[in-house]
Design a protein around this ligand. Structure first.
Ligand code: UDP
Length: 494
């Protein structure tokens, strides 16, 4: 693919993201940020995900940024996967091991592609879900960094739990243990924070590989900013003896409505319509409710959440994923609810332009599943959160927001609800939803304190990405560390 600007580039980073939205979106933003500072960024995608990154990349091209999309198909049949399973939303729930094996087959075609298209890479930046990137980088003879959309607090907690065997001898997956090696007392259970891929049937060897991939990386890049968690960034860097580049919040790459609304899937609501609706509301009066791109709510839980939002009395935007898959009763319930709260509640059935919404002055709080992207997006836009973790790193993210940063309240879920697997019914009742929403929206001393803290963090987040800021400096440092070593000019794009 030809790059329009044709100018010299200082380095060539090859990003290999995992195709989940929560991994892909921040990886692309980070690639674009590096391109902003003069590096060529190549981003590897599989075909059904190209559409999700195309608008951001097209925008980058129009702005003259050196970014390439490298689209490589998966060999589905060879790994026993059905047609269409290239799309992470369509992988059969019993074939995830096959899917990861199919991903590993990308190594050879990707290496051929990179060798055939100058300039030669200077650094591979891979998601930890791609352990095969280690062999790729070794074969190319270039350094390899891990990219994670997470914070140093989570990394350090998981690392310390594993390093000091904190769950050793603890038979009950739900028993809380203190995370070793932290000044602050943080308690987690194995069920809440098992570690990357730990405890997943069929992934035992893969989980060990992921740990090795992290341990042996030449450094890591995370979507966080130093001023939010200096002690954890330093703690993790020291524990792993590795460089940690905090480059976030990467969503701040998008400063204009057009690109803010084009992260990930095509939104199920027109951006202007959404903004018009928000324009009609008082400042800080609307609560935004979304559980990210993966978590699936049970039908009864959907109803309970809706009733809690209605009872809170606050205007709300509620992103209802897979609204058509909850059955007739829920469809009817949602229709009736919409009629009752007309003008006060806006339901988005499908993908929402999340950061566009969070950035609007009418929004005052965020009920979130505590995915890291959502958490850092809330902090960046100065919004207190209600944390409602479902699985993965979300319990630790929630603890970080509530117990460490003091910018949220938790709904009190103790056990994970796994991706598409559980039938747990109602986990959080309508009264709890109502009370939690009121606590981040209704005012009062604690409300005031939380709001003050999160707004102070938002200001630091903005400063971090500006010239002279820590994240800005880390992007420049990355480029300096991985720039072309040979004579000037050889980095020119043909
Ligand atoms: N997102 C969005 N619209 C939606 C749902 C999600 O724009 O309707 C974006 C959100 O802004 C975030 C990412 O998708 O950048 C979700 O990542 P997160 O880590 O919060 O959760 P995950 O989807 O990985 O569980």
């Amino acid at each position: 693919m030809a790059i329009k600007d044709g100018g010299d580039v200082k380095a060539h980073f090859v990003f290999i993201p995992m195709m989940f939205q929560g991994h892909l979106i921040p990886a692309v933003d980070t690639a674009l940020l590096l391109a902003t500072h003069g590096a060529l960024a190549s981003v590897v995608v599989t075909p059904s995900h190209t559409g999700r990154v195309r608008p951001a990349v097209d925008f980058a091209h129009k702005s003259g940024l050196p970014v390439r999309l490298v689209e490589l198909p998966l060999e589905l049949a060879a790994e026993g996967l059905p047609d269409g399973a290239d799309d992470v939303d369509k992988v059969p729930s019993d074939r995830w091991v096959n899917y990861f094996r199919a991903l590993a087959r990308l190594r050879a075609p990707l290496e051929r592609h990179l060798r055939a298209h100058a300039p030669f890479p200077t650094c591979v930046v891979a998601d930890i879900c791609h352990p095969w990137a280690r062999e790729l980088a070794a074969s190319l003879g270039v350094p390899r960094l891990c990219f994670l959309s997470t914070c140093a607090f989570v990394l350090l907690c998981q690392h310390n739990v594993e390093r000091f065997d904190a769950y050793g001898g603890v038979a009950d997956d739900h028993e809380l243990v203190v995370v070793p090696g932290l000044e602050k007392k943080v308690e987690v259970s194995r069920a809440q924070a098992p570690g990357f891929f730990r405890g997943m049937p069929g992934f035992e060897k893969f989980a060990d590989e992921v740990e090795q991939v992290l341990a042996e990386a030449d450094g890591i890049i995370i979507d966080s900013f130093l001023e939010m968690e200096p002690e954890f960034v330093a703690g993790y860097a020291e524990a792993r003896r590795m460089k940690v580049w905090t480059v976030g919040p990467v969503s701040l790459f998008h400063q204009r409505a057009t690109t803010l609304a084009s992260r990930g899937n095509t939104a199920a609501i027109d951006a202007d319509e959404c903004l018009r609706w928000l324009d009609g509301k008082e400042p800080s009066s609307v609560v935004y409710v979304s559980f990210g791109s993966i978590a699936h709510a049970e039908p009864k839980q959907v109803v309970e959440l809706g009733l809690g939002l209605e009872a809170s009395g606050h205007p709300f935007i509620w992103v209802v994923k897979n609204a058509d898959q909850h059955g007739e009763d829920v469809t009817e319930f949602l229709r009736e609810l919409e009629a009752r709260v007309a003008g006060r509640g806006l339901l988005i059935r499908g993908w929402a332009p999340q950061v566009l919404i969070l950035s609007h002055a009418a929004v005052g709080g965020f009920v979130t599943h505590s995915g890291w992207n959502s958490t850092v997006e809330a902090i960046t836009t100065g919004l207190p959160v209600v944390t409602w973790p479902h699985f993965g790193d979300q319990f630790l993210n929630a603890k970080f927001a509530v117990e460490v940063l003091g910018v949220g309240v938790d709904v009190g879920v103790m056990e994970p609800v796994m991706y598409r697997l559980d039938q747990k019914g109602i986990v959080v009742g309508r009264e709890v939803v109502e009370e939690a929403v009121r606590s981040i929206m209704d005012g009062g001393d604690e409300w005031e304190e939380r709001r003050r803290r999160v707004r102070a963090l938002a200001a630091k987040a903005r400063a971090a990405v500006e010239e002279g800021g820590s994240s800005h400096g880390n992007l420049l440092d990355l480029i300096k560390n991985f720039e072309f070593k040979v004579a000037a000019g050889c980095g020119a794009i043909a």
